[in-house]
Unconditional design. Structure first.
Length: 108
């Protein structure tokens, strides 16, 4: 049934929100599992608050390519993000805009 539903849907776009260190681990696993099951899906992980330091402290070759970190949090913890990580100025605004654009929100 899921495969039939997928044939009738446009590209699945999923935003996984990771505001804590534990959520970063779950988000990375969720992203890998989703892409394994639906290779055509678009996935973004957005880390803010405690999730930002976790992303910076434990780089992940695959997940970091789809991971965005909050610039507000980076400033607060006085750190920087390097490639392939990307940044958003304000995480709550990025989440709201992505939902407005049709991205599905999942809290890891």
């Amino acid at each position: 049934m899921v495969q039939n539903m997928e044939a009738n849907q446009k590209t699945l776009r999923v935003l996984i929100h990771a505001p804590t260190a534990e959520a970063v681990t779950r988000a990375r696993n969720n992203a890998a599992n989703l892409l394994a099951a639906a290779p055509d899906a678009e996935v973004r992980i957005l880390a803010n608050a405690g999730g930002v330091a976790a992303v910076l402290d434990a780089p992940h070759q695959e997940a970091d390519r789809v991971t965005f970190v909050c610039e507000n949090t980076l400033k607060k913890i006085q750190r920087t993000a390097s490639s392939p990580l990307q940044t958003v100025p304000v995480s709550i605004l990025a989440i709201a805009r992505m939902q407005q654009e049709g991205w599905l929100y999942v809290r890891a």
